[in-house]
Design a protein around this ligand. Structure first.
Ligand code: HEM
Length: 204
């Protein structure tokens, strides 16, 4: 009958068995090593809304003086206490109040250059508050319309027929065709005549 294993040997045997089983789990040669790098590829796919329509028809809405419900100081969506990027309290939706329209016809304004602009930051933030194709489910409209949600800025738009609401709903309902980017010329069709520079903003 072999002599019983000392507690110390027993623990060592357990540790070796544990290490062996860890190695068998594909932990690579050293089970105490760091796990393999997690791949996190940039999302290339996914539909986009139109930047052309945004900068001419949506961004101005964020700068519009809004009648204060209590008749007090007039606010704007991009106002300092509201959605201004630097000072606002408006949650994740942030606006650069001084953003200037980008001349997309200027060859120096490549997509990489435009994506660095303040106007593009506003576009990206507003697009982040959208459920593509569904205006009423989109926070960008549900919040200022108080559609089954509260809004720190209260009710901004009282009716679906408000011209600003109709523009926001139109933009949300017409993402650019799949596979095209936010600068797609398909955005021209959202204007009358169908030209982002000359045309007026369609709402239907
Ligand atoms: C057209 C005008 C406006 C639009 C489109 C708008 C849109 C939004 C959106 C989408 C959110 C949610 C942000 C998130 O996902 O975290 C939000 C939140 C908020 N907004 Fe506005 N807003 C507008 C005007 C205002 C104004 C004028 C004020 C200030 C008086 C204001 C104050 C706030 C505050 C404090 C929050 C954070 C609390 C909350 O989630 O309700 N907003 N707004």
């Amino acid at each position: 009958m072999p002599a019983p294993m000392s507690p110390c040997n027993a623990r060592l045997a357990c540790a070796i068995a544990l290490l062996a089983s860890l190695a068998a789990c594909g932990g690579g040669s050293n089970p105490l090593d760091n796990p393999p790098q997690v791949a996190n590829p940039a999302t290339a796919g996914g539909q986009k809304l139109s930047f052309l329509y945004f900068q001419k028809c949506i961004n101005p809405i964020f700068l519009m003086p809004l009648p204060a419900p209590d008749g007090g100081a007039v606010n704007t969506c991009a106002g300092a206490g509201c959605h201004a990027n630097a000072t606002g309290t408006g949650g994740a939706f942030r606006v650069e109040p001084g953003a200037q329209p980008v001349d997309l016809a200027d060859p120096r304004n490549t997509p990489e250059v435009v994506r660095q602009s303040a106007m593009y930051k506003n576009f990206y933030s507003a697009q982040g508050e959208v459920v593509f194709g569904s205006p009423t489910q989109s926070r960008l409209l549900a919040k200022p319309r108080l559609l089954n949600v509260l809004h720190g800025g209260g009710q901004v738009f009282a009716s679906d027929q408000d011209p600003a609401v109709r523009r926001i709903a139109y933009w949300i309902s017409r993402p650019v065709p799949q596979g095209q980017d936010e600068f797609s010329a398909a955005g021209d069709s959202m204007f009358t005549p169908p030209n982002a520079k000359e045309g007026t903003c369609n709402t239907q």
